[in-house]
Design a protein around this ligand. Sequence first.
Ligand code: SAM
Ligand code: DTB
Ligand code: SF4
Length: 343
Amino acid sequence: MSDICSDPSSGSRSDFSSEINADLRHDWTTEEILALLQQPLLDLVFQAQTIHRRHNPSNSIQLATLLSVKTGGCPENCSYCPQSAHYETPVEKQPTLSVEEVVAAAQRAKDLGATRFCMGWAWREIREGAAFDAMLEMVSQVRSLGLEACVTAGMLTDAQAERLAAAGLSAYNHNLDTSPEFYDQIISTRTYGDRLETLDRVRKAGITVCCGGIIGMGESLTDRARMLEVLANLNPHPESVPINALVAVSGTPLEEQKPIDPLDLVRMCAVARILMPQARVRLSAGRTSLSREAQVLCFMAGANSIFYGEKLLTTANPEQDADRQLLADIGAILLEPFATVSS
Ligand code: SAM
Ligand code: DTB
Ligand code: SF4
């Protein structure tokens, strides 16, 4: 990564002026958010970039690498997900990875420049036992490498959240995916309320919250606005907000969905940035369908993280070489591990 500058000011916090405080709201209305989403694109990007620079003066981009530790066979019926046991998809159920395999992958990710390592389990919820003990060990060892550790493994109890926090977990990913109104057309095996309850448990345990959603599932613009509204009205805001474009996988109920217009992703990144000025807005699934220029527009709009590595959980992501080249070509400043939210 020698051709990409590292973040000179990571760890520093900007002064909290009244302007900065005024940007941090938790009372957004659907109408306000819809108006933002429908602004002329360049006005929207300008507004988002202005807020972005005010809150993130170092303008750094974070590289997060994903690894699927337990793949496939999930009892939930999320219509977008190739790992659901409800659908016949190209994903084969595989043996759960060992602590050693996971730590070796985390070391490789670190060597290639990632600062956050995100581990996924295709579970409805965490259960006590050997697999959870192994998860705690993975978290602790990933942290020992000097990486942020993130887990996504479905619902959890207060006690499990506390044990994950004690193991050093930096963040827990649990997405709202879409609006409360559209949710039951996408998933029926759990409720929006279940999702919010889990987020609450994560927050209470002192773990940072990674929560976002997906566009391109057939939702309306109002659904997009409503999802952003629920996210932005969480207090505090999620520290990171993944914005995914649906990867339509054969065998899932959403296999025939038309690809989104990349400019819609730019709009989502911009509005997420305006509503949650200090969050890491992560341009997540769907990047293989974006041109370099569309990705740069997302960065202009305030996206400041990507998943980095040739695979997401089970589907393709851009080649690492291509990402490194893109970041070098735009002179991206990369985030150091554990930098503060405002760096
Ligand atoms: N089972 C856990 C859960 O549901 O929280 C963790 C894994 S799940 C794969 C994490 C997130 O990935 C989902 O909430 C969804 O937002 C995203 N995701 C899954 N499949 C996707 C797809 N085909 N396209 C875009 N995003 C997807
Ligand atoms: C998130 O919002 N997106 C990532 C991560 N959080 C866990 C997962 C995307 C998965 C895309 C489909 C797959 O690769 O299986
Ligand atoms: Fe299971 Fe998570 Fe996929 Fe839903 S998104 S089917 S909970 S792995």
